[in-house]
Ligand binder design. Sequence first.
Ligand SMILES: [Zn+2]
Ligand SMILES: [Zn+2]
Length: 427
Amino acid sequence: TRLLFQPRLLLTFLVLLALILTYRTRNDNGLALEDALYLTKNSLRELKQLYLPSKEQKLHHDAVEIDYPLGNAVNSFLPIDATIKYNTTERSGNITTNELRARYAAFSPILNHQVRGNFHILADGACSPVELGEEHTNKILIVMRGNCTFVEKVTNILGSNSKPLAVIVANDEPYRGLVTMFSNSFNQDGSLRLPVMFVSYESYQSLLAVESLDVVLTLSTASFGSWLSIMLSMILSPPLLILIFYLVVICGQNIKKRQASLLNSKLVRELTVYIFNNDHLIEANGLAHYLKVTGQTTNTPKDDSLVESPSTSTTSSTSHLNKIIINGIDIRESAQNLHVLTAPGDFYPSYKCSICLDKYTPLHSRVLILDCKHFYHERCLSNWLINFKRSCPLCNTVISAPNESLLAGQDRAFHYGSTDNDLEAQN
Ligand SMILES: [Zn+2]
Ligand SMILES: [Zn+2]
């Protein structure tokens, strides 16, 4: 069974790979996903303008339009990146655009548009109240990480009355990735109007190199594609892959189980239903014919006294001597014409169902008989075969092929009632 699952697993991985590839190509060509995101964002903003006009007006007071992210905790799991662009002029006169990656703090508002401005690198880490001259107002302020918390730095810079456009915190160690600055309490009400972002030590060095050149930085939010990449990387994380593997295995087992039970129910449907009548079983389809010939009705079950030899006392060695005669008809002799099975040659006599332990009602109980000559209530055996085991509950004989050999020699498509004359002759 383990070998059976391997092609399925391979297929699952191929499908995943195909999904990733289509996502990649889509992202490169049409940006359809991002368009959709942009439209969603726009419609949400319109909704906000309609129903929350006061808040929106406050937003427009600032030169920078600002969005608020989902919340501190969510943002630290799904970091949002920003880009810092600036132009430098080479010796040859060519202008090159440099692009640096930055990451928004979890408590930072997210920019809807670009922020442009000169920058100033603070001399100290802004761990104490910051004093800035007139020339440093309305600038993007860059501060080094370390010695105190991010929030303390931002608070000190905000207290300086220098009206910064943005605060960029630079890593103090080289070769480190971007960090999402996080705070449990800071800016919970969303009153911060200033984007706060983090850059690597290497980016800081690049900015330091152009500090004296009066370079204008352009800050903007990186495309939302990065969000999706992060989500994708989360989906492809090892624990999730293990979970997917587990689910695939479980699904495979369930499918196998369902197929087995489907096969079993097909098998059960192919079994002929009989009506119980003590020492003989009547084929359910031929019951009307049987009742007519033997002059019985289902309302008044045949009395036990009518049976000359009770089924419980018969043995296989003397079975041919015992006769079952109802209203003068020898059931054993006309068994084939009446579509009747007789005990103990055709089945082991029993007065109760071994599955539910209920007694059979003569001429009423519908039963199924197995190759091993054990018979049970139709409902009990169907349930057993479909849901539990494909074998006889009593003797454990496995049911393999459709039960066609039971009435061997008899024509299945036999037309009931066509032998009326023969039976009446016996009468
Ligand atoms: Zn039963
Ligand atoms: Zn059996």
